[in-house]
Design a protein around this ligand. Sequence first.
Ligand SMILES: [Ca+2]
Ligand SMILES: [Ca+2]
Ligand SMILES: [Ca+2]
Length: 158
Amino acid sequence: MTNHLLSTVAALALLATGAVAAPHGGSAFIRDYDRDRDGQVTRAEFDAVRDARYKATDADGDGVLDEAEYVGEYTVRLDAELAASTETAEKKAEERQRQLRQAHVRFGALDRNKDARIDRAEYDASGARAFEEQDDDKDGIVTQADAAARRAKRAASQ
Ligand SMILES: [Ca+2]
Ligand SMILES: [Ca+2]
Ligand SMILES: [Ca+2]
């Protein structure tokens, strides 16, 4: 086995371990945005992922996201998630329908000025709100401690 192949195998093994180690019901936000896989999300990391996602979503490259582009990009991520899920096919189909309905609702909410497009300002404003909401202790980094604090607050309010 060559060294290159060995390091590829090692990297894959690490990735697999990371996937297994991610706690069930842990922070989907951290899983989603933690590019360097150190278990937390800095604002720079978050912005880099959002920026890449915006550009990938804008399929026709006109600088704004229409509903088909927005829901289309989400569908690709959703299907990848569902493919990795161990739920039954029936449960997955239900979940897919529910999540896609939600995606259309989200599009309507994100499109604040109701011109049937999400522009960059709307997208960035929504990203800033999401990050602030997740960053419980407001230190500019979303950590597992932030996620735990949010879970505790949710549990306490029930
Ligand atoms: Ca990180
Ligand atoms: Ca577009
Ligand atoms: Ca924080």
